[in-house]
Design a binder for this molecule. Structure first.
Ligand SMILES: Cc1ncc(C[n+]2csc(CCOP(=O)(O)OP(=O)(O)O)c2C)c(N)n1
Ligand SMILES: [Mg+2]
Length: 599
């Protein structure tokens, strides 16, 4: 058994497992492993952004694009506390990363040394981080590392992926022991569970009997890399597909069977199909409030009157919100392959069976298109949101990666962005952490260096992590930030105006007694960091600016002034009890048995 320093063992294990990047910020707690990373710098790169939040968003986005994990490294105490939010983002969106945190020396546990958290238990960082990771490990001796490393890596990538924490006391990095290098962990999707033959047969029976079936996909299909199987299945049986944001692109969203996203900010055809369906085949999707119109029947879905076939790798998601008629614990791709084989065995001629359903779907798609299309061509200053979405679609190639941040811009992109391939629209969906897009885009670019990577980020989101500019320059990461500048936290302002008698308080950016709209000059800010930039106030100029920024192939900021008064049309509902919710602007609630739509 070789004698090794704990930090060297960790470093070598990361390299063995093909982890190319450590996104880390120094502190006295982690200088031991920084020295090991220095020795291995030709085989694993340290990227050191200016805030731990950015480090974790970068690792998260890297995984989403590459389906291979990266690691973060933070010091004891405050540095590691800074990654709680981005780990929550990763956990709620099933994204894997190995968060290595440092802690105080074991010999000082409970003596309250510098930066120890010990009110209730010694070196208690694992208790801070526990709710936002799949598992936290705290090896207190070097000989504990081999097992802990293997378990960390396996836990992170097996079943439903997610972040894992390795909390390492200072001395464990530094001390030596005789240790065996643990075996390499299985990669993502190494183990795939499937449905039983009975379940598959029952599922196909339900599907072939349905007159108005719809497929609802989520991140589970993306993570299982089941896009090809999904496409074959949907097209073979002619079943329309609704997608949650992290499933978008698994089914080409330009396909006539693609209905888009569902919920308040979804597309009208998706909500119509969801509430009129007689069978929903949900695969790797979890019916959160925003994709289920807060579970109020008749807006997005009509369970239990609609039958539900729900497939997921996580038993906690089966029946969390809607008890399924048939719940199947399985990997999405495996299940889709089983479905295809079973349908083949049936030899059923399905063509034409769903004609009436397809006619309904087409009529909803036409209505939605007629309603929304005119605004996409309109020029204005400040710019109309639709115009920016349309120009991004015109300029960006199919393989471009869009890292979306949180806020109004995200609502527009969920409704109207149509990715054609999986893993090229990144969303902080479950936790909505501001800064995910602006920071994540850097990790996305490292994962896909040959593809254009663009962040669409609100002025509020961007000012939470403006130092991403420094990181892009220091590491020469050529990404484009489109700052959706509407001079405020406008998504929240709109909720406030709608619910509280039109009063605005603390949701717009103002300066002085007469409340002049205020923001930094983002282009000047970027330039001061060494990043090229343009300010765009007229929509006539946006397309050219984006083309220029993408072609420039260097870090670039476009400060895009967007009209804060143009709101995305709601097509479902979202409820924050006990406040009253708004009816959809376009569309209506519909319950089975309703002769006419309920307005
Ligand atoms: C870290 C964090 N803080 C607060 C929020 C609550 N929040 C959600 S959207 C939003 C406003 C976003 O502002 P901006 O980036 O300017 O986008 P806009 O809505 O104006 O388009 C806020 C404060 C959040 N999701 N994440
Ligand atoms: Mg804003």
């Amino acid at each position: 058994m070789p004698r090794m320093k704990g930090a060297d063992l960790i470093t070598e294990y990361l390299i063995d497992n093909d982890i190319p990047y450590v996104f880390g910020i120094c502190g006295h707690g982690n200088v031991g492993i920084l020295d090991s990373l220095y020795a291995a710098r030709d085989r694993i790169k340290l990227v050191s952004p200016r805030h731990e939040q950015v480090a974790a968003h970068m690792a998260d986005a890297y995984f989403r694009v590459r389906h291979k994990p990266a690691a973060t490294l933070t010091s004891c105490g405050p540095g590691s506390c800074n990654i709680v939010m981005p780990l929550a983002v990763a956990l709620s969106d099933s994204s894997a990363l190995l968060a290595i945190t440092a802690n105080v020396p074991t010999s000082q546990f409970n003596r309250s040394p510098f930066q120890e958290i010990n009110k209730h238990f010694q070196a208690d960082f694992p208790n801070i981080i526990r709710p936002v990771v799949k598992r936290s490990f705290q090896p207190t001796r070097v000989d504990m590392l081999p097992l802990v490393l293997r378990q960390s890596m396996t836990t992170m990538l097996s079943g439903r992926p997610g972040p894992v924490n390795l909390d390492v006391p200072f001395n464990v990095f530094q001390e030596e022991d005789d240790v065996e290098m643990p075996p390499i962990a299985p990669p993502l999707n190494a183990q795939r569970s499937g449905a039983s033959p009975d379940e598959t047969a029952t599922a196909v029976d339900m599907i072939l009997k349905a007159k108005r079936p719809v497929i609802f996909i989520g991140h589970g299909v993306t993570l299982s890399e089941g896009s090809r199987e999904l496409t074959e299945f949907a097209r073979k049986l002619g079943i329309p597909v609704i997608s949650s944001p992290n499933g978008m692109g698994c089914f080409d969203m330009h396909d006539p069977l693609s209905l888009g996203f569902i919920g308040r900010n979804g597309a009208y055809p998706a909500n119509e199909a969801g509430r009129h369906a007689d069978l929903v085949i949900a695969i790797g999707a979890r019916f959160d409030d925003r994709s289920a119109s807060s579970w109020m029947p008749g807006y997005s879905w009509n369970f239990p009157r609609t039958k539900l076939l729900h497939v997921d790798v996580d038993p906690a998601e089966l029946g969390r919100n809607y008890p399924p008629d048939l719940g199947i614990l399985a990997d999405a791709r495996t299940f889709l392959r089983q479905l295809l084989a079973e349908v083949e065995r049936h030899g059923t001629k399905h063509a034409g069976v769903l004609k009436a359903w397809h006619d309904d779907v087409k009529s909803w798609q036409k209505k939605w298109d007629d309603f929304t299309r005119p605004n996409f061509d309109m020029h204005a200053s400040p710019m109309r949101p639709e115009r920016i979405v349309a120009d991004c679609a015109a300029v960006l190639p199919d393989d471009a990666i869009l890292a979306c941040d949180v806020g109004v811009s995200h609502n527009w992109y969920m409704q109207f962005w149509k990715p054609r391939r999986p893993q090229n629209m990144l969303n902080s969906w479950g936790f909505s952490g501001m800064g995910f897009g602006a920071a994540g885009v850097l990790g996305a670019k490292l994962a896909a260096p040959d593809r254009p990577c663009i962040a669409v980020t609100g002025d509020g989101c961007f000012t939470m992590v403006p130092h991403v500019l420094c990181t892009a320059v220091e590491y020469n990461i050529p990404v484009v930030w489109v700052i959706w500048n509407n001079f405020g936290w406008v998504s929240i302002r709109d909720i406030q105006l709608g619910m509280f008698g039109g009063r605005e308080h603390g949701t717009m950016f103002h300066q002085g007694a007469n409340k002049t709209p205020y923001n930094p000059d983002f282009a000047a800010l970027a330039k001061s960091c060494g990043v090229d930039a343009l300010t765009v106030t007229k929509s006539e100029d946006f397309k050219g600016a984006l083309e220029h920024a993408v072609k420039a192939n260097k870090p670039f900021v476009i400060d895009a002034h967007v009209d804060a008064e143009v709101r995305p049309p709601s097509t479902g509902a979202w409820e924050l009890p006990p406040t009253p919710y708004n009816e959809p602007v376009f569309g209506h609630r519909w319950m089975p048995g309703d002769a006419v739509p309920v307005k």
